[in-house]
Ligand binder design. Sequence first.
Ligand SMILES: CC(C)(COP(=O)(O)OP(=O)(O)OC[C@H]1O[C@@H](n2cnc3c(N)ncnc32)[C@H](O)[C@@H]1OP(=O)(O)O)[C@@H](O)C(=O)NCCC(=O)NCCS
Length: 200
Amino acid sequence: MGYERMSDANWHITTLSADNQRMIEQAAGLLVEGFRTFAPNAWPNMSIALEEVHSMLGSDRVCLAAIDAQGTILGWIGGIRQYEGFVWELHPLIVAEKQRGKGIGTALVQALEQEVRLRGGITLWVGTDDEDDRTSLAGVDLYPDVLDALKQIRNLRRHPYEFYEKLGFVIVGVMPDANGCGKPDIYMAKRVCGEQRKQT
Ligand SMILES: CC(C)(COP(=O)(O)OP(=O)(O)OC[C@H]1O[C@@H](n2cnc3c(N)ncnc32)[C@H](O)[C@@H]1OP(=O)(O)O)[C@@H](O)C(=O)NCCC(=O)NCCS
C-alpha cells in the first residue's frame, strides 16, 4: 500500500533507503538544524545525527521521508518496534523549518500509523520533551502530584504536544526531570489498529 492519500502535488512520502547517501545526509542535517534551538543536546553534530539516521534503517524499524520533485527531503519520521511489536515508538520527527505548516508533519505521522497498523501494531507512542519552558510542566517541581500537573497542562510557546493531540494522540504520562531538573519528557500515545482487540 502506498502513501498517495498522504501526499501533495509538490511532495510525496516514501521509504528512506539505506543506499541513498544523499538523502541520508539531508535527513541528518534536518535533525541538527531543526533541534538546535530548543534541544541542542539531541543531535549536536552531523556525525551523531548520521548515526541516528543509520540506526533507523534497521529491519525492525520504519523510516519514511517527505520528498519534493527535486528529491530533497522536506521532513522525515522514524518508528521503533517495541513490546513484541504491539507498541511502536515514534522517533524522531522533523520537518524543515521553511516547510512547516503545510501538512507534512501530519502526513508523515499518518504514513507511520499505516505502517504500524500493517505490521500488527496496536499503539504508537511518542516522548515529546520540554527542554525550554514551552509548557506549564517545565521549570516546576512536578512532585508530589504529577498526575494533577498533567491534567492542568497548558501550552505556553507552541510545544508540539498540541500537534500530536490534533492527530488523536493523548497524554499518557510524563517523566519529570528527564532532561535535567524541570525539563520533562511528555508521553503521548494513540491506538492505531482501529478498534480495541478482544483479549483471548
Ligand atoms: C512539530 C512538527 C513536526 C509539525 O510539522 P508541520 O508539518 O509543521 O505540521 P502540520 O503542518 O501537519 O500541522 C498540523 C496541525 O498542527 C499544528 N501544529 C504544528 N506544530 C505545532 C506546534 N508546535 N504547536 C501547536 N500546534 C502545532 C498546526 O498549526 C496544524 O494545525 P491546524 O490543522 O489546526 O492548521 C514541526 O513543527 C517540526 O519539525 N518541529 C521541530 C521538531 C519537533 O518538534 N519534532 C517533534 C518532536 S517530538
